[in-house]
Each structure stands twice: as structure tokens, then as C-alpha cells.
Design a protein around this ligand. Structure first.
Ligand code: NAD
Length: 252
């Protein structure tokens, strides 16, 4: 049985990824702050789900989680770094605490899990890591500068790890989702921090992604179908990054 660890896998994109892997017969460990929700979607495959209550900010969290999974299932084939948070604030008002909080979860958490999982993967000479970036990492985002910085840095450490481990059987890639209808985005829409009409109008496909559409990209990069792909950030964004910014005004 192939084995995956998904940080932040209790809900949203991480849970959709877990469900797709379970359908393919994988064992899936979920490392999340709150694993209660796992009960609601893991029913039929309970014996292949390992819910681990975890805060990726804790210093020993990554190593402890990987050790628990190896003790239970003997291997780690895929790590998906999905745990992510955001703090909305104009750049000039963002507190150092909020900046550090976002860095600790999104970037240091990702780094620590990459390192801890890679120790096992490099020993066995195989494995894949998929980090979750964002379109925000490639653009200036006025009220989410810490978030955007972490996603740009995730693209960077993805490349560094990928080239470092390229001859040792471990592939590292990132998926950068566009706006996706998850609890995270729903919270921002409901609180007025994101305008859904604006999200639609800035996405060429004029809609949000479903969590399953992003999960499909993650599962692809984590599978043998992507065996010659490493160091990439795959934009699953409904055309967001491809657009010039000026809609077509052509008239016959
Ligand atoms: P979500 O809020 O639905 O899920 C995030 C999960 O991370 C939650 O289950 C939460 O409990 C967990 N988490 C948060 N802090 C944690 C911590 N310290 N330790 C362990 N777990 C923690 O979010 P989502 O929309 O599914 O986002 C998943 C990833 O995708 C994030 O990295 C996010 O930045 C990225 N992303 C999302 C979108 C989008 O539009 N939804 C777009 C681009 C990128």
C-alpha cells in the first residue's frame, strides 16, 4: 500500500486530495490542527486513514508525525504540504506577530515537513513531495503580503529541494491553485474580505475551482505518471496566470 501524509488535510483541498488517494487504495495520514472533520469523510476507508492532531508550528511536529506514520505503515511515498493560513491587513499595518504567524505555518511548516519526510524518502530512494503554493506567490497582493511572500518562498524551496534530490529518487513539485471554493475562501467571502464577483471577473474561466480540481493536479504530481517532472509549480488557476489583463474587446 502506498502511503501519503497530508498536512492541513482535514478540510478543503487537503481533504479532497485525501479522498482521491483513498479511492486509489492509498493509506493517508492527516496531520491537522483539528482532525474532527476527518470522521465525516473517511467512513468507508477508516482503516486506511490515520488522523494525527498536529500543529505544524511545533518544532517536533514534522519529525514526530513522520515517525508515527513510518511506525504504522513502514513508508512515506507522498507528502502534501497543504496547511495554510492568511492574515488580511494593509502592508503598512500588518503586525510582526501576524507576519510571523503566517511565515511559521505556511513556510516553516512546509520546510520542516519536507525535511522530515525526505529523511525517510531518501533512505528508501523514492518519494514525491507536493507543496501547495498559490497564484498569490507570483503577484503583488496588497492586503495579503505575508501570505504571498510564503507562497513565493514555497516555489523557491520546491526548486532547491527538487534539484538537490533529483538523482536520489525524490521528486518535489508545487501546485499553485487559483481561487478555490474551500472553507478558507468561504470565510473570506462571508467576512467581506474577498469579493466573489471580483474573483470571477479576474479568472478567465469566470468561476472558482472545486477542491477536487486542485486535488487532481496534486495527485497527478504525486503519482508515477509525473515521474520525469520535478521542480515545477503547476498553476491550476482557470487561466489566471495566462491572462494579459485586458479582456478582448474585438468586434466584427
Ligand atoms: P482550509 O482552511 O480549508 O484548509 C486548511 C487546513 O489547514 C485546515 O484544515 C486547517 O485546520 C489546517 N491548518 C491551519 N493551520 C494549521 C497548523 N498550524 N497546523 C496544522 N494544520 C493547520 O484551506 P484550503 O483553501 O483548503 O487551503 C489549502 C492550501 O491551499 C493552503 O496552503 C492555501 O494557502 C492554499 N490555497 C488555497 C486557495 C483557495 O482559493 N482556497 C488558493 C490558493 C492556495
Amino acid at each position: 500500500m502506498k502511503v501519503a501524509i497530508i498536512t492541513g488535510g482535514a478540510g478543503g483541498i487537503g481533504a479532497a486530495t485525501a479522498r482521491q488517494l483513498l479511492e486509489r487504495g492509498w493509506g493517508v495520514a492527516i496531520a491537522d490542527l483539528n482532525v474532527d472533520a476527518v470522521e465525516t469523510w473517511s467512513n468507508e476507508s477508516k482503516d486506511r486513514v490515520f488522523a494525527i492532531q498536529a500543529d505544524v508550528r511545533d518544532k517536533s511536529c514534522a519529525a514526530d508525525t513522520c515517525d508515527k506514520v513510518v511506525a504504522k505503515w513502514g513508508r512515506i511515498d507522498l507528502l502534501v504540504n497543504c496547511a495554510g493560513v492568511n492574515r488580511h491587513s494593509p502592508f503598512e499595518k500588518l503586525s510582526l506577530e501576524d507576519w510571523q504567524f503566517v511565515i511559521d505555518v505556511n513556510l516553516t511548516g512546509t520546510f520542516a515537513f519536507m525535511q522530515a519526510a525526505a529523511i525517510h524518502m531518501l533512505k528508501s530512494g523514492s518519494g514525491a513531495i507536493v507543496n501547495i503554493s498559490s497564484i498569490a506567490g507570483a503577484r503583488g497582493v496588497p492586503d495579503r503580503c505575508a501570505y504571498a511572500a510564503t507562497k513565493a518562498a514555497i516555489d523557491s524551496i520546491t526548486k532547491s529541494a527538487a534539484v538537490g534530490w533529483a538523482t536520489r529518487g525524490v521528486r518535489v513539485n508545487a501546485v499553485a491553485p487559483g481561487f478555490t471554493e474551500t472553507p478558507l475562501v468561504r470565510r473570506y467571502i462571508d467576512s467581506g474580505n474577498i469579493d466573489i464577483d471580483q474573483l470571477h471577473s479576474t479568472t478567465p474561466m469566470r468561476r472558482l475551482a472545486s477542491p477536487d480540481e486542485i486535488a487532481s493536479a496534486i495527485v497527478f504530481l504525486g503519482s508515477d505518471a509525473a515521474s520525469f517532472i520535478t521542480g515545477q509549480t503547476l498553476y491550476a488557476d482557470g487561466g489566471f496566470m495566462a491572462e494579459y489583463g485586458i479582456p478582448s474587446t474585438y468586434k466584427e
